[in-house]
Design a protein around this ligand. Structure first.
Ligand code: GLY
Ligand code: MN
Length: 457
C-alpha cells in the first residue's frame, strides 16, 4: 500500500509540474464475454489502474484528486448469485483498504466525482463508450490521448518510465519463471512433434508458477512471421524453432524473452553463421545500454552490426553504414531493436508514442526506423528489451519495388544458400543502472554452444 500511495504522490507532483490539478479517473476494465455473458475470458486489469491501485479488481474505478491528495474507490460488491458461482468476494471497504483509498462508493456514483477530470481510455471500444458516458465527453480516437487526457498521459509516463524497487523485484520474479520456461522449451523439443507440444511445455511452467503469459506466446518454425500465434506446424529436423514467450506475475509485471534453437539439437553451418551475426548485434546492443545513451542510436548501431555481418557472409554488398542509411538492413530486420518493458510487455504502448518517444521526437517513416517503438535517452531504472533478428519474409523479399531498389546491395544467389533460416531472434531484458546496465535475463544463455548443450540434457 505504501508503494501505490507513493506512486500516486509522484503522479500528483508530475501533474503539478505540468500545471494541472484536475481529478484523475482510472478504470480497471472488465473481462470480455465469450459469446454469452456468463462465459468470460480471463480478466487482466488495465495497467494504469494496476499501477496506481496495486490490485487487479474487475469493474472498478479509482478517482485521484490531485488537489486534496485523496483517492476514492468506486466498486460494487457482487451479489449473492456471484458468491454461488464465484465464491466469496471481499467487501467494498476491504478492497478500499487494500488499495489505500480514503473513501469507497458505489460505481454508479463515479460521474459525480470527476467533473472536469482526465482519464486514459480502455482499449476495448465498448468499455470506452461507457467511460465516455460517465465522463460526459468523448475521448480522442487518435493513438495519443489529447487535451487534458494528453497531459495526464505525460504525467503517467513521467512516473512509470523509471521503475521503483517493488516493480523491479516483480519483473525479476517474472523473468525467473520465463528462464525456466525457455529451458524446458529447449529441452523438451527432442520429444515433441508439433510446435504446440513445445508451447504447452513452456506454458506449463508459467501457469505452474501461478503466473500468466505477458502476451500471446510465439513458438514457431515460421519465425519470419513476427507475431505468429499458430502452433500447428510439425517440427522438421532442419527447422529452427523461434520461441518468444514471457511470464507476467500475478500483479501483472512482465518479462519478454526470445530464443531460437535448432529442432535437431545442432545448428547447421548456415544457421550458425546467421545466428552468430544476430548474437553479435544483440551483444553490442546490450553493451550500449547505459544512462544517457540514445535508444534510437542503439537501434542504428545494432542495424550496422547486422549489416556488417551480412556483408561478411556475402548476403549484402557495400559499406555497413551506407547500407543502414539506405535501410537495406531492414529487408532482413524490419522491426525495432526493442521497447520499454514494465506492467505491459510494450510498456504504456496504449499511450501511443507519448511513452516511447522523448520530447520533440516523432516516429520516422523510413523503412528501417518506422517500427522503432522506443526513441528516448535512457535513464536509470528503465527496463528495455534488446531483440535483434534476421528474417526471410516473403512479403518483403518478393516485393518487386524493394527488389529493384536494393538490387545492387543484395546478392540474391548467396542468400539462397541460407534457405534453412526463416527467422532468428534473440531477446533479453535489460535494466538501466546508475553506471551501465544489468541483463536481467542473463541466466538464460544465448550462445550456440550453450543452447546445444541445453538440448542434450
Ligand atoms: N514479445 C513480443 C514483442 O516484443 O513484440
Ligand atoms: Mn519484445
Amino acid at each position: 500500500m505504501d508503494v501505490v500511495r507513493s506512486r500516486r504522490r509522484r503522479l500528483f507532483q508530475a501533474l503539478q509540474k505540468l500545471g494541472a490539478d484536475f481529478p484523475v479517473a482510472l478504470w480497471s476494465g472488465r473481462a470480455p464475454a465469450k459469446n454469452f455473458p456468463a462465459n468470460r475470458h480471463y480478466f487482466r486489469a488495465n495497467s494504469h489502474f494496476l499501477y496506481f491501485a496495486g490490485l487487479g479488481i474487475e469493474n472498478a474505478v479509482i478517482v485521484m484528486d490531485a488537489g486534496s491528495d485523496r483517492t476514492t474507490l468506486f466498486w460494487d460488491e457482487p451479489g449473492p448469485d456471484d458468491a454461488l458461482w464465484h465464491g466469496p468476494e471481499p467487501s467494498r471497504d476491504q478492497v478500499a483498504a487494500a488499495v489505500g483509498a480514503d473513501d469507497a462508493r458505489a460505481l454508479g456514483d463515479v460521474y459525480k466525482f470527476i467533473d472536469g477530470g482526465a482519464s486514459i481510455y480502455l482499449p476495448d471500444p465498448g468499455a470506452r463508450l461507457a467511460q465516455e458516458a460517465v465522463l460526459g465527453r468523448s475521448l480522442s480516437t487518435s493513438p495519443e490521448p489529447e487535451g487534458i487526457d494528453g497531459v495526464l498521459a505525460q504525467a503517467i509516463v513521467e512516473v512509470r518510465l523509471r521503475h521503483d524497487e517493488f516493480a523491479i523485484a516483480e519483473i525479476k520474479k517474472a523473468i525467473a519463471v520465463s528462464i525456466q520456461t525457455h529451458k524446458l522449451g529447449i529441452q523438451s523439443t527432442k520429444n515433441s512433434q508439433l510446435e504446440s507440444h513445445v508451447c504447452a511445455k513452456m506454458e506449463e511452467v508459467i501457469y505452474g508458477n501461478q503466473c500468466g503469459t505477458a502476451y500471446n506466446s510465439i513458438v514457431t518454425i515460421a519465425g519470419e512471421v513476427l507475431h505468429n500465434n499458430c502452433y500447428h506446424n510439425p517440427l522438421g529436423r532442419d527447422d529452427l524453432l523461434l520461441a518468444d514467450v514471457g511470464a507476467e506475475t500475478a500483479l501483472g509485471w512482465a518479462s519478454d524473452i526470445t530464443r531460437t534453437w535448432p529442432v535437431s539439437g545442432k545448428f547447421s553451418p548456415t544457421q550458425k553463421a546467421l545466428y552468430d551475426v544476430v548474437l553479435d548485434a544483440h551483444d553490442q546492443g546490450i553493451a550500449a545500454v547505459k544512462p544517457g545513451a540514445d535508444y534510437r542510436e542503439i537501434h542504428l548501431l545494432v542495424s550496422c552490426v547486422l549489416a556488417g555481418g551480412l556483408v561478411d557472409l556475402g548476403i549484402l554488398k557495400g559499406n555497413p553504414e551506407s547500407l543502414v542509411d539506405s535501410d537495406a538492413h531492414a529487408l532482413f530486420f524490419p522491426h525495432g531493436v526493442g521497447h520499454l518493458m514494465g506492467l505491459d510487455v510494450h510498456d504504456m504502448e496504449d499511450l501511443g508514442d507519448v511513452s516511447g518517444y522523448g520530447p520533440g521526437r516523432v516516429r520516422s517513416d523510413r523503412f528501417g526506423l518506422g517500427f522503432l517503438r522506443l526513441s528516448r535517452i535512457l535513464e536509470p531504472n528503465m527496463v528495455v528489451t534488446i531483440e535483434p533478428g534476421f528474417y526471410q519474409v516473403p512479403a518483403i523479399l518478393n516485393n518487386s519495388e524493394w527488389r529493384d531498389r536494393y538490387s545492387e546491395m543484395v546478392n540474391w544467389d548467396r542468400l539462397a544458400d541460407f534457405s534453412d533460416v526463416r527467422g532468428i531472434r534473440i531477446e533479453d531484458d535489460v535494466l538501466v543502472t546508475e553506471t551501465g546496465n544489468e541483463v536481467l535475463t542473463a541466466d538464460l544463455p544465448a550462445d550456440t554452444d550453450s543452447i546445444e548443450g541445453l538440448m542434450l540434457r
